[in-house]
Design a binder for this molecule. Sequence first.
Ligand code: AMP
Length: 189
Amino acid sequence: MLNLVIFGPPGSGKGTQSVKIAEKYNLAHISTGDIFRAEIKEQTELGLKVKSIIEKGELVPDELLIDLLRSAMDKSPGQNGFIFDGFPRTTRQAMDLEQLMKQRNNGISLVLALDVDDSEIIRRLLKRAEIEGRKDDTEEVIKNRLSVYNEQTMPLLNFYEQTDKLVKINGVGSIEEIFSSACQQIDRI
Ligand code: AMP
């Protein structure tokens, strides 16, 4: 099994790269952000609960994530593994993921961290706002998402550095260039 985590600030290209990596290596792509957006669209109980949190750019509470992840994994069996996009975002979530993997006699193979600086992120997200019209892509919310990332998600880099699974990839360049760097790292394991 090949189980990957793709890590990086909002707008670093995690979603774009995850789709390409999932296709090439036959992995199930699990994006917690996409799952939440679908729940909001369908106005499910969970969707209604998380809508205002997401629109403010805050993180959904950790305890709501693990069951969501477990059921997403159960829905996509039979592939070579998983690529987790936008999860974990806190140290608690990373520990929950370790447990979940262990219960399945598995583990995280590699954490790909996309490196993109803040000014490039803001530029990309404002452009995405024009194209996709995501409610959390306004300038004010983007700035909050970046500070939430820096405060709550960045510490995870230390967590993964200690496991020797972390590789950093330059997230600035063409989609194909970044994809090729990611594949080089995946092919080494
Ligand atoms: P994304 O599409 O990954 O940028 O996620 C959009 C929003 O969904 C985030 O800004 C959070 O509000 C929420 N979200 C997605 N994944 C998580 C997660 N692992 N933990 C907490 N909140 C999340």
